[in-house]
Each structure stands twice: as structure tokens, then as C-alpha cells.
Write a protein that binds this ligand. Structure first.
Ligand code: ZN
Length: 412
């Protein structure tokens, strides 16, 4: 019982954080009272969780005895929380808030589902449906704990829910060990997040089945870059810093995570470099032609805007930068690898000239979120044939998408 309670508390805490973040993000002034309400609940939950943890720590040998007492106080707090939500006002508010949007992000979907859980209880069918939808919307590898908590809470309440295989093993705190890869190939296994890939039933033409924007979006990436081009007045200023190499094989690409401090400035707007990764062949085409590979540098502004610099990589001479990266490929999938004493400067991957083609597009992987500015550099870089062959993914490029009236500009 105590375990279940704890899970429910964790779920509640998760929801409140999601809700608070969402409200803050929307800066929805009319709903300020709701933000305050949620903030307060978050605090209460935090306290409840703390008291649970404290009790656990204090009486590890006497768990059986301690449990009922803890459950009682926490139950009361939980009841108080449920009562606050049971009026349905909070759920209604959030539903109204979200109705204006065409498609919810996975985070908001899970927030909505969780609010339903609070308001309508776990026996409510639409609560379960909402959770399932949230689960199907995204790869939850980095939020495994929250998802497991939600699923286990529903399961504990007697609901038939799909429980991720990783959640079944243990509901206690653990590193979100990622065993997804083992499940690859088992097409009938639906007990985990939706898979996507580049070939067959999981290929790009099927992404839209589970990620609507991938199928229906009108500003999707990548593009075939052909003129005539509008003239762009923007200039790119890149200030990348050397830092410890952090490299990960996320099952779809090799990605290098970058420590804060490397920036891209477009006009007066500053973006932080988050990570860069590779596609083979290049996703973008120039005049209908792919390069052997492309490197995408993903940046985010303080306001959450995304800007991607694409560097086309042609087959040619050895790249010293790639040599360092490929010499340090992660031994394990899904785990960030930090080889000792290896540093890397992302700037070593860029050409001197930063002239570019610019267009508005999307993430080129599910959920294909739009509103991403792409700057594909006109100057390519080179890597050797052997280096192309050493990249662990033979094909991880989404085909070019329809322009749908978008303008491509050239500048720099
Ligand atoms: Zn990419």
C-alpha cells in the first residue's frame, strides 16, 4: 500500500510540475489563480513525499510498523488534494486552455491525463485513454520514471494498462536503464513507447500514424534546396567552446551533447548550442543531390525557439574532428559516454564561411515539431569514405518534404 501511495504521490508531483511549467510557459495571465493553486499543491506534495521518505529512512528495519502511520497522514493529504481537484474546475480550465491548440505536446498530454486521474479517478475510461495517448505520442526514454510511476499507479488502482517492460522490473528509483533496443524487431510488442525508424513498417511514411504532425504538417523538414532564393539579411555568428566530449548513441543517430556556453547569434538573438548529431546520407538536398552525410547543430533560445545549422559532409579527405568522435563511439546504446580526458570543440566541424540557405521547417524526427529555423551552410566539409562507413547507421535520413509555398532564402 505504501508503495502505491508513493507512486501516486510521485505522479501528482509530476503533474503539478508539468502544469506549473505549462502555465508559466503560456504566461496565461487570466489563469494566474490556477498557477498559484498548482504551485501550492506542488509544495504540499513535496512535503508529503518528504515525510514519506523520512519515515522510510528512519525506520528501515521496522517498515511494517511504520507503514500504516505514514499512509494515514499521507492519505489525508492525498484526500485533501483530491478534494481540491474533484470539483473539476482545474481540469476544465486546462481543457479550455488546450482546446485552442491544434495538437498537444506529449508533455501536455501527460499533464492532461494526470489531471483527469486526479479529477475523475483511475476508474474513468477517458483517464486511461488519455494516458495511453500520451504514451503513444513520444519516446519517453528520458522520462521513464514518471511514465512508470503513472502506469504503476493506474495498475495499482486496478486498471488494465500497458506497462512498459522496464517498469515491470522495479517500481523503485533506478537509473532509467534503457532496454528499448532489445525490443527492436518485435513488431507485435506494443508494451512500450511507439517506435520509429527509417525502414519498413516504422519508416518515415508511417510516422504520421503515431505522430500526426509528421504526416499532416505543412512546414516539414528536410527540403530540397533549389532557387530562386530570396535575399536574407541575417548573419550567423558562432561562438563554440571546447569542452569535455559527451557522446551518445540514442538508437537513431550518434549525438554529441554540448555543455552550456557555446552560442549562435542570429541578428540580435542568442541561441545556445545543445547538441549536434549526424544523418547518413544528408537529409537535405541541394539541387536534388544528397551529400554523403550531414551534421545538424541544434540550438535553442531563451524563449525556446529552435535553430539548426546543417553542415553538409561530402566524401573526400579524412576529417580530424570526425576521427576524434568515431574513436570515442559509445560502447553502449542510450548511455551518454564520457571518455576520460577527451575534449572537443564543435567549431572544428564548421567551415570558415557561414553563408547559408535558410527556411522554416521542423524536427526531422518524430514528433516532427514545426517552427524550427534551418540554416544549411553553403560550404560543405569533408570526411573520408572510410569515415562514412564507420558511422554506425547505414540509413538515418528522412526523405525531403514538400515546400508547400515556403520561401528559401540565401544569406551570410
Ligand atoms: Zn538531424
Amino acid at each position: 500500500m505504501k508503495k502505491h501511495l508513493r507512486l501516486i504521490l510521485e505522479v501528482l508531483l509530476g503533474i503539478c510540475l508539468v502544469a506549473t511549467a505549462t502555465l508559466a510557459y503560456l504566461n496565461y495571465s487570466a489563469k494566474k489563480h490556477l498557477a498559484a493553486e498548482v504551485a501550492e499543491l506542488t509544495e504540499q506534495l513535496d512535503e508529503a513525499k518528504e515525510s514519506l521518505e523520512q519515515a522510510e529512512e528512519e525506520k528501515p528495519a521496522d517498515e511494517e510498523k511504520a507503514a500504516p502511520e505514514v499512509s494515514n497522514t499521507s492519505s489525508q493529504e492525498l484526500d485533501a488534494l483530491k478534494a481540491a481537484f474533484s470539483t473539476g474546475v482545474v481540469l476544465q480550465d486546462v481543457e479550455t486552455l488546450y482546446k485552442a491548440q491544434k495538437a498537444l505536446s506529449a508533455e501536455r498530454q501527460v499533464g492532461l491525463a494526470s489531471l483527469r486521474l486526479l479529477t475523475k479517478g483511475a476508474q474513468d475510461e477517458s483517464t486511461v485513454a488519455a494516458f495511453q495517448k500520451a504514451l503513444e505520442m513520444a519516446e519517453w526514454s528520458n522520462r521513464l520514471q514518471t511514465v512508470c510511476a503513472a502506469q504503476n499507479a493506474l495498475a495499482a488502482a486496478g486498471q488494465k494498462v500497458k506497462v512498459l517492460s522496464d517498469c515491470k522490473k522495479s517500481s523503485d528509483k533506478e537509473e532509467p536503464a534503457e532496454k528499448e533496443k532489445e525490443d527492436h524487431g518485435k513488431k507485435d510488442d506494443k508494451s512500450h513507447a511507439v517506435h520509429w525508424g527509417y525502414e519498413g513498417d516504422n519508416g518515415p511514411e508511417h510516422w504520421g500514424d503515431n505522430f500526426p504532425v509528421c504526416g499532416k504538417g505543412k512546414k516539414q523538414s528536410p527540403l530540397n534546396i533549389v532557387g530562386p532564393f530570396e535575399k536574407s539579411k541575417e548573419t550567423l555568428t558562432v561562438d563554440y567552446k571546447e569542452g569535455p566530449l559527451k557522446i551518445v548513441n540514442n538508437g537513431h543517430t550518434i549525438q554529441v551533447n554540448v555543455e552550456p556556453g557555446s552560442t549562435l547569434t542570429i541578428g540580435k538573438e542568442s541561441f545556445d548550442l545543445l547538441q549536434f548529431h549526424f544523418h547518413r546520407p544528408s537529409e537535405e538536398q541541394v539541387d536534388g543531390k544528397n551529400a554523403a552525410m550531414v551534421a545538424h547543430f541544434v540550438h535553442k533560445s531563451k524563449e525556446g525557439k529552435l535553430a539548426v545549422i546543417g553542415v553538409m559532409l561530402n566524401e573526400g579527405k579524412d576529417s580530424a574532428a570526425i576521427k576524434t568522435l568515431w574513436a570515442n563511439l559509445p560502447p553502449k546504446e542510450m548511455e551518454e559516454y564520457l571518455p576520460a580526458k577527451v575534449t572537443f570543440n564543435p567549431g572544428s566541424m564548421l567551415p570558415k564561411e557561414l553563408a547559408f540557405y535558410n527556411y522554416e521547417g521542423s524536427l526531422t524526427t518524430p514528433p516532427c515539431t514545426e517552427g524550427v529555423q534551418f540554416y544549411i551552410l553553403k560550404s560543405p566539409m569533408e570526411l573520408s569514405k572510410q569515415q562514412v562507413a564507420k558511422f554506425p547507421f547505414k540509413l538515418n535520413a528522412r526523405p525531403v518534404q514538400s515546400l508547400n509555398g515556403r520561401k528559401i532564402s540565401a544569406g551570410g
